[in-house]
Design a protein around this ligand. Structure first.
Ligand SMILES: [Zn+2]
Length: 258
């Protein structure tokens, strides 16, 4: 092979000339009806609405995946129309209401679990939202995985990470990975920042703990080539009219909100 064989030619354009892939990553919390007395129902998307939203994404030509399957596209190694479904906190209602809909739609998803609260409840904001919401226990989380879904880490205690001592930060970040790997018996390399709070120190701790990607609450559509440890997402809340849902994906509305 001569040097000229390695030069880009008209028939083999340089990869750099390719356009970026947009990878919408949706952020959900709970699926179903809010518990009685809840003062914060916006995080509950109705099951029927969720089913319609997945249908819209499929009609737009997206393959619905979890974070791990989206990595080759986010890294720019492959071009494919994928949309990522994520659920923060690993609520039991996601197992109960979202899982059947995901399976029926041939979709996958990732949930981010608080490793010190498996089988517990949302102690970090129960008072604020006026409801104790049950979290998946270890057995449900294992079943979630057996059904083809992904699990990422969301710290041990849903801690506020900024300003923590290095040891405490490592315990929350690396500790949550180790806890979940012990429970699931598989590698856990996806992370989500509680409250979306992060800075350079926190991102460094997430990288050092071996996570390959991390999602934030910054709004926008992720793109191939983005910083994988600061990924933007599209929040989906209860009262979003179904007719507006596609615009969150196909227009730059979300990017401008970020
Ligand atoms: Zn959370």
């Amino acid at each position: 092979m001569s040097n000229s064989d390695l030069r880009p030619s008209a028939s083999h354009p340089k990869p750099a000339t390719r356009s970026l892939s947009i990878v919408p990553i949706f952020m959900y919390h709970s699926i179903g009806e809010p518990p009685a007395g809840s003062s914060w129902p916006v995080l509950y998307v109705r099951t029927a609405t969720f089913r319609h939203q997945l249908g819209i994404l499929r009609a737009l030509g997206y393959r619905l995946v979890g974070m791990s399957e989206a990595m080759p596209v986010l890294r720019g190694e492959r071009r494919e129309r994928v949309a990522v479904i994520t659920f923060d906190d690993a609520y039991e209602d996601v197992f109960e209401h979202a899982l059947p809909v995901l399976l029926e739609a041939g979709a996958r998803a990732t949930t981010y679990a608080v490793s010190g609260s498996l089988g517990g409840y949302n102690a970090w904001d129960a008072e604020k939202v006026g409801a104790r919401k049950p979290l998946m226990n270890a057995e449900l989380l294992r079943e979630w995985r057996r059904q083809g879904m992904g699990v990422g880490a969301h710290t041990r205690t849903h801690a506020r990470l900024p300003g923590m001592s290095p040891d405490a930060l490592e315990a929350e970040v690396r500790g949550s990975r180790e806890d979940l790997e012990a429970v699931l018996g598989c590698a856990v390399d996806q992370f989500c920042y509680p409250y979306g709070e992060m800075d350079d120190v926190i991102v460094g701790a997430v990288r050092d703990a071996g996570f390959v990607a991390a999602t934030t609450t910054r709004r926008g559509r992720a793109r191939s080539g983005d910083d994988l440890l600061r990924l933007r997402r599209i929040p989906v809340k209860r009262h979003l009219p179904l007719a507006l849902f596609p615009f969150r994906v196909v227009t730059s509305y979300e990017d401008r909100r970020g």
